[in-house]
Design a protein around this ligand. Structure first.
Ligand SMILES: *Cc1c(COP(=O)(O)O)cnc(C)c1O
Length: 394
């Protein structure tokens, strides 16, 4: 028996791993010290826990401890990276390059920078959501200070050719930032292989707590500088002031440690479940189309359009399965998602899309249940649609 409802919205957020919760708990109670108050045992205990977590985050992405700054999440990391670099390197230039399918947590800070006098180039993607590294190279001008390209997309799962873009940026002496919130913990991410200078990650996308994230800022090879966006007590080397959220930081560290340990097996297992889901839907239904790249995609992502069915209607009818249309962060806004538009989907196909996001706690039984019920629900909705169309006055 599967337990309902079934959670398949792991791009929006993930359930905290019980091992993460267990690691965090003492830091709310016995070990409650301020990590800056290192003149007594309460403070040193907290400080040591924070530094252990910093090592765990750094290790997962192949960075050094002193290249990790804790933030409140990927949104804040993106803001610190983009605004911090833009303002720090203003004397060098005012041009920034990004891509149309980025998360709003990249596009909106850049919109604000554009309002403040920066020039922002937004590159298009192909039908699979890939940006062409050659187009990145051609967009770089003498005034270009920063390129920001996400590693994996949160709606369609497409993985960008970031190492190639990294090589180009390195060659041209331009800094490269990546929003890796969906990629870290799901696919191998090594900052030196990708040649990125700044990388954003988030706790709650990797079975850690909400409200915590980190920004990698390169210090080895080239020393990248960012202007702080929050001033105060001087924590995090003055780059992000505010009393450190010790329990959340411990949770993020443990979440990273677990991802490092489990990722290889977990991504293989989730990819097999995802492929089974896709196969099952195709076997049972006509008119299903994959959105995003067929192979260059996250192992846990499936984005599908069901012809003749509105995604919203499918979500309502399928109340025992938690999935999403477009991205959770934009469902409050009207109109089709900017990502699906950018890959060239017309409004009808974009409206017909559903995002399945698999995660650590999904089982094969759940996927079989979902296949069966999605097929039945799509067939029912299509029948209603035809019946309605047939009975409607012409
Ligand atoms: C979830 C997500 C964010 C936002 O992360 P928060 O930690 O919730 O601020 C940013 N970018 C991408 C790609 C995401 O998936």
């Amino acid at each position: 028996m599967v337990q309902l409802p079934i959670y398949l919205d792991n791009h929006a957020t993930t359930r905290c791993d019980p091992r993460v919760v267990a690691a965090m708990l003492p830091y709310f109670t016995e070990k409650f010290g301020n990590a800056s108050s290192i003149n007594h045992i309460f403070g040193t205990e907290a400080h040591e826990a924070v530094e252990r977590a910093r090592r765990q985050v750094a290790e997962l992405i192949g960075a050094s401890d002193n290249e990790i700054v804790f933030t409140s999440g990927a949104t804040e990391s993106n803001n610190l990276a983009l605004k911090g670099v833009a303002r720090m390197y203003r004397h060098k230039g005012n041009h920034i390059i990004t891509v149309a399918t980025e998360h709003k947590a990249v596009l909106d800070p850049l919109k604000r920078l554009a309002h403040d006098g920066y020039e922002v180039t937004i590159l298009p993607v192909d039908g699979w959501g890939l940006v062409d590294p050659q187009q990145v190279a051609e967009a770089i001008r003498p005034q270009t200070i920063l390129v920001s390209v996400m590693l994996a997309n949160n709606e369609i799962g497409t993985i960008q050719p970031l190492a190639e873009i990294g090589r180009i940026c390195r060659e041209k002496g331009v800094l490269l930032h990546t929003d890796a919130a969906q990629a870290v913990g799901k696919i191998p991410v090594q900052v030196d292989e990708l040649q990125v200078d700044l990388l954003s990650l988030s706790g709650h996308k990797i079975y850690g707590p909400k409200g915590i994230g980190a920004l990698f800022i390169r210090k080895r090879e080239r020393r990248v500088r960012v202007e702080p966006q929050i001033d105060g007590g001087g924590q995090e080397s003055g780059l992000r002031s505010g009393t450190l959220a010790v329990p959340l930081i411990v949770g993020l560290g443990e979440a990273c440690r677990l991802c490092g340990e489990l990722m290889a097996d977990e991504s293989r297992r989730l990819q097999a479940l995802r492929d089974r889901l896709w196969q099952g839907l195709r076997d049972g239904l006509e008119g299903v189309e994959l959105n995003g790249h067929p192979t260059q995609r996250l192992p846990n992502n499936l984005n599908v359009s069901f012809a003749g069915v509105k995604g919203e209607a499918l979500l309502l009818a399928l109340k025992d399965v938690a999935v999403s249309t477009g991205s959770a962060c934009t469902t409050a806004r009207l109109g089709p998602s900017h990502v699906l538009k950018a890959i060239g989907l017309d409004d009808e196909r974009a409206d017909a899309s559903v995002r399945f996001g698999l995660g650590r706690f999904n089982t094969a039984e759940e996927i079989e249940w979902v296949i069966e019920h999605v097929i039945a629900t799509v067939r029912r909705l299509r029948r209603y649609a035809t019946r309605w169309a047939e009975s409607a006055p012409v």
